[in-house]
Design a protein around this ligand. Structure first.
Ligand SMILES: Nc1ncnc2c1ncn2[C@@H]1O[C@H](COP(=O)(O)OP(=O)(O)OP(=O)(O)O)[C@@H](O)[C@H]1O
Ligand SMILES: [Mg+2]
Ligand SMILES: [Zn+2]
Length: 484
């Protein structure tokens, strides 16, 4: 017997066999039952999720010889012909190849004839968004007031390309991709029906890795059965998909938790050498991280991470997502991923980074370079010296006068190894400069006067560089900027 692909063999024959699309199915069944079927529908959604399938089922509902019914018999001549695509009152028009005004004109002539065999003529216009503007215009009037017993279904993967004037004359149904567990059950049903042995875990992996539609998952299953020589086992499925065994992914996440950058980087190196597709692996990691985040927000605990890691995890996922997108176009995905892992080094200072992104407390942010550590240490010392300086100012107050003293009091005074630096607003600097020789005597080291504004400018420039670095690292943006 000739081999028939699962997707064709298991195309749903009625509404009960449709996977997902609950809202669409429910509304259409009710419409049929209540005699409220519209004359124009738009079925919009991704590829292989049931737009054509449901169009045909609706055609059966309206034309089954047993009468108009939400449960067509699937035995009568009409049902069988619709199934095969040979029913004379069902027109499947591919707008990708019949996009012009002439095709629509032909269609408009056709609608004036009565149905040949059934009760309704159904026009299924596939890829409807491909019609030309003229063709759409020609269709407008027809959609508004079609002769009775004509039904139009415009199927499209790109709803946004359908003109509003058309949309407003149709009932729109949005088709959604099925969930992973719906796909898994769908595969299970097929395998059980075919008496093909399978491992539950293998189906999970297949379902997780089939992108989107039911058609795609059916072909993936086909492929897996062939690859596994008549059975569906985890080991073969992983091999076929080029994916890394789950326990390795879990171990990778554990290293992230330990912040063991070195092991993570050598891990990537190893997988690459063993011939794994790093993009596939990275996607697995992202999936698992996402799972962890969801578990943390629901149960306060994941398999590997806890509530306290939540914030860090969000940053990690962001960095990893970015890397995943970059790796697709980079000459070396390995390099991109290793760089992303290096960025994890900065995760421990997340709290501070958060502050920067909010704009407060900027100068205290240190990406702990040696120089900066030194700076902060000297700051501490200067705190201790504050007392010394105030006693100096007290003496100046007595000897030189209150105005000079209070000016100094309000100013920033720093002690360096060689001297004291007084930062003054330029408007007052000359006043104090005149008194410099008098003041200096009270200080144990030479005194220098600097313009406060100039200094501030330089400092804030330096600060911007730090912020820029962090912003670049996390692709963040400054939400609030505060003056010191
Ligand atoms: N919701 C579903 N339930 C069960 N099987 C489905 C479903 N959607 C798709 N399939 C399977 O996928 C195959 C293709 O589905 P269908 O032709 O209805 O997709 P479509 O949405 O029209 O896609 P396209 O945009 O590519 O035309 C069907 O033969 C069927 O086996
Ligand atoms: Mg289709
Ligand atoms: Zn029938």
């Amino acid at each position: 017997m000739a081999y028939i692909a699962f997707s064709r063999k298991y195309r749903p024959k009625d509404f009960t066999q449709v996977i997902g699309q609950e809202a669409v199915v429910r509304t259409l069944k009710n419409a049929v039952e209540l005699g409220r079927v519209s004359h124009a529908y738009i079925f919009a959604g991704p590829r292989g999720v049931g737009k054509t399938t449901i169009s045909r089922i609706l055609t059966k509902c309206l034309n089954c010889k047993e009468g108009i019914t939400p449960n067509p018999c699937n035995k009568c001549e009409n049902c069988l012909e619709i199934e095969k695509g040979s029913f004379p009152d069902m027109y499947e028009i591919d707008a990708a190849s019949n996009r012009g005004i002439d095709d629509i004109r032909a269609l408009k002539e056709n609608i004036n004839y009565a149905p040949i065999k059934g009760r309704y003529k159904v026009y299924i216009i596939d890829e409807a968004h491909m019609l030309t503007r003229e063709a759409f215009n020609a269709l407008l009037k027809t959609l508004e007031e079609p002769p009775p017993n004509n039904i139009f279904i415009l199927a499209t993967t790109e709803l946004h390309k359908i003109p509003d004037t058309i949309k407003s004359r149709c009932q729109i149904f949005l088709f959604k991709p099925p969930t992973t567990s719906q796909i898994k059950n769908y595969m299970k049903n097929i395998l059980e029906n075919e008496n093909i042995p399978y491992e539950e875990k293998a189906l999970e992996v297949l379902a997780e890795n089939s992108e989107g539609g039911v058609r795609d998952s059916a072909s993936l299953l086909d492929q897996a059965v062939t690859y596994g020589k008549g059975s569906v086992k985890l080991e073969y499925v992983e091999e076929m998909l080029g994916i890394v065994p789950k326990n390795l992914v879990v171990r990778f996440l554990q290293r992230i938790k330990e912040n063991n950058i070195q092991k993570l980087i050598t891990g990537i190196e190893k997988l690459d050498k063993e011939g794994y597709d790093l993009n596939v692996f990275w996607k697995q990691v992202l999936q698992k991280l996402h799972e962890e985040l969801i578990n943390i927000s629901i149960n306060e605990k994941g398999e590997i991470f806890d509530l306290e890691d939540q914030k860090a995890l969000i940053y990690i996922v962001e960095i990893f997502n970015q890397a995943y997108n970059q790796a697709k176009t980079n000459f070396s995905p390995k390099n991109v991923y290793q760089l992303a892992l290096l960025k994890l080094k900065f995760i421990p200072s997340l709290k501070k980074i958060e502050h920067i992104l909010q704009g407060d407390d900027i100068p205290s942010v240190q990406l702990t370079s040696k120089k900066e550590a030194k700076e902060s240490a000297s700051k501490k010392i200067s705190e201790e010296k504050k007392d010394d300086i105030s006693s100096i100012i007290e003496k100046i107050r007595k000897d030189i006068g209150g105005i000079v003293a209070s000016t100094l009091e309000k100013s920033k005074i720093e002690e360096t190894d060689q001297n004291f630096v007084i930062y003054l607003d330029s408007s007052i600097a000359s006043f104090i400069k005149d008194k410099l020789s008098q003041i200096e005597k009270y200080f144990p080291k030479p005194v220098q006067i600097k313009d406060l504004k100039k200094e501030k400018k330089q400092k804030s420039k330096k600060r911007d560089e730090t912020v820029d670095k962090v912003l670049e690292l996390f692709q963040g943006k400054v939400i609030k900027y505060e003056e010191e």
